[in-house]
Design a binder for this molecule. Structure first.
Ligand SMILES: *Cc1c(COP(=O)(O)O)cnc(C)c1O
Length: 379
C-alpha cells in the first residue's frame, strides 16, 4: 500500500459491532474481564486503550517500525525514549536541538546522572571524536530548529553501528511523509504529534516508534509505569489528522518554497534558511535523504533587533505564536520564544541571532501569504 493509503486505513477499521468507518473513542478507564484469566486485550487505560492502540498501529506502519507508544506530549515521548539509558551512560547529540529537549538533557537528565555531549552533528568526525567507552546513544534531529541545518542520518547510523550505540531520531520537523529515519538504519523514532501529524494545532501529543521487541517492551513498561500514555480523545484527534497528512504536507511545502524564493530575493531580508533553496548548504543532502524540503524556514531580517520586531508585529495572516506544523501559518522569535530556555551564549554559538525569525508555513492560499510577508517586510 502507498503511504497516503496507509494514512487513511491503518488502525482504522476497529468497530466490528456496528462497522463504523472510523475508529471510535473508547473513553473507558477500565474494561471488564470475561473470567479470572481472560480479557479482550485491554484492562486499564493507563496500560492500554483501543483508540490509543489504533493510533500506535498507524504510526508504527507510517514510520516502518515494529511498534509504537503514543504519549501525552512530544516531551513525554522523549522522556520515554531516554529510559533506554541508565545513569552513567553518555549520549551524543547536536548543539542546535529543540529547546525543550536541550533543557531536559542539559538539566534534568544530567542531574540524574546521564551525560551529554552537544556537538556539531553536521560533521561526522566531531561525532566520532566525542565517543567514549560510556557512550550508549546518538540523538539525531534533522533538519534542526530553527536554522534548518541538516544532519547526514546514514553517517550518524554508521558511527552508531561502529560503537554499538542506540540511534534515536526526532522526526517531528518533516513527518514520516517526507523522511523515514528507520529506513536509513535508525533504531528509534520520536515525534511530537502536536505538529504535522495532528496538523491542526488542537492537541499536544507524542510518539515513540521502535524496531526491536526488546525496545518495544521497554517503552511499553516505561509508559505504563510512569503513566505517560495519551488520552483516548487525543489519540482519536491525531488519528483523524493523519488521514490528510500527505495532501497537507504537499500544500505546506509548496507554499514554503514559494515564500522562500520570494524572501531570498527581497532587499529587507539578509538570509533565508530553507533546504529547498539550492544555496542552502544542506540542499543536496536533503534531496538524498528526504522526499521533500518541508515547510519550516527561518530568515534574518536586515538591520537590527528593532527591525525584526517591526516585521514580526506587522503581520495580518501569519500569527505570532510558538509551535509549528498546523494548517495556519505562524511566525515566532527564537530569541524570546522557542529558544528562550537556551542561554544567549548557546543561541549565538548555534547561529541564532536577534534578527532571526522562524516561520511555520501553513496551507492558506500562497498569494495571501506572499502578500502578507511582503507588506510586513516593507511596512
Ligand atoms: C515541539 C517539539 C518537541 C516537543 O513536543 P511537545 O509536543 O511540545 O511536548 C520535540 N521536538 C521537536 C522537534 C519539536 O518541534
Amino acid at each position: 500500500m502507498h503511504f497516503e493509503t496507509r494514512c487513511v486505513h491503518t488502525g482504522v477499521d476497529k468497530d466490528k459491532t456496528f462497522n463504523s468507518c472510523i475508529t471510535p473513542i473508547y473513553p473507558s478507564s477500565t474494561f471488564y474481564w470475561d473470567d479470572l484469566k481472560t480479557h479482550r486485550g485491554f484492562d486499564y487505560t493507563r496500560s492500554g486503550n483501543p483508540t490509543r492502540r489504533a493510533l500506535e498501529e498507524n504510526l508504527a506502519a507510517l514510520e516502518g517500525g515494529l511498534d509504537c507508544r503514543a504519549t501525552s506530549t512530544g516531551m513525554s515521548a522523549i522522556v520515554t525514549a531516554m529510559h533506554l539509558f541508565k545513569p552513567g551512560d553518555h549520549i551524543i547529540t547536536g548543539h542546535d536541538i529543540y529547546g525543550g529537549t536541550y533543557r531536559l538533557f542539559d538539566d534534568l537528565l544530567t542531574e540524574q546522572g546521564i551525560r551529554f555531549s552537544f556537538v556539531d552533528m553536521g560533521n561526522p568526525e566531531e561525532v566520532r571524536a566525542a565517543v567514549t567507552p560510556e557512550t550508549k546513544g546518538i540523538w539525531i534531529e534533522t533538519p534542526s530548529n530553527p536554522l534548518l541545518n541538516l544532519i547526514d542520518v546514514e553517517a550518524m547510523v554508521a558511527v552508531a553501528k561502529e560503537h554499538n550505540l542506540i540511534s534515536i531520531a526526532d522526526n517531528t520537523f518533516l513527518s514520516p511523509y517526507l523522511q523515514n529515519p528507520i529506513s536509513m538504519g535508525v533504531d528509534v523514532v520520536v515525534h511530537s504529534t502536536t505538529k504535522y501529524l495532528n496538523g491542526h494545532s488542537d492537541v499536544v501529543g507524542g510518539a515513540v516508534i521502535t524496531t526491536t521487541k526488546e525496545h518495544a517492551d521497554r517503552m511499553y513498561y516505561v509508559v505504563n509505569a510512569m503513566g505517560l500514555g495519551c488520552s483516548p480523545f487525543d489519540a482519536w484527534l491525531v488519528l483523524r489528522g493523519i488521514k490528510t497528512l500527505g495532501p497537507r504536507m504537499e500544500a505546506h511545502q509548496r507554499n514554503a518554497m514559494a515564500l522562500a524564493e520570494m524572501m531570498d530575493a527581497h532587499p529587507a531580508v539578509d538570509r533565508v534558511y530553507y533546504p529547498g533553496l539550492t544555496t542552502h548548504p544542506g540542499h543536496e543532502l536533503a534531496k538524498r535523504q528526504q522526499r521533500g524540503f518541508g515547510a519550516m524556514l527561518s530568515f534574518d531580517v536586515k538591520g537590527d533587533a528593532s527591525d525584526a520586531e517591526r516585521v514580526m508585529t506587522s503581520f495580518k495572516v501569519f500569527q505570532l505564536a510558538e509551535s509549528l506544523g498546523g494548517v495556519e501559518s505562524l511566525i515566532e522569535y527564537p530569541e524570546t520564544m522557542s529558544h528562550a530556555s537556551i542561554s544567549m551564549e548557546a543561541r549565538r554559538k548555534a547561529g541564532i541571532s536577534d534578527r532571526t525569525i522562524r516561520v511555520s508555513v501553513g496551507i492558506e492560499h500562497v498569494d495571501d501569504l506572499i502578500a502578507d510577508m511582503k507588506q510586513a517586510l516593507e511596512g
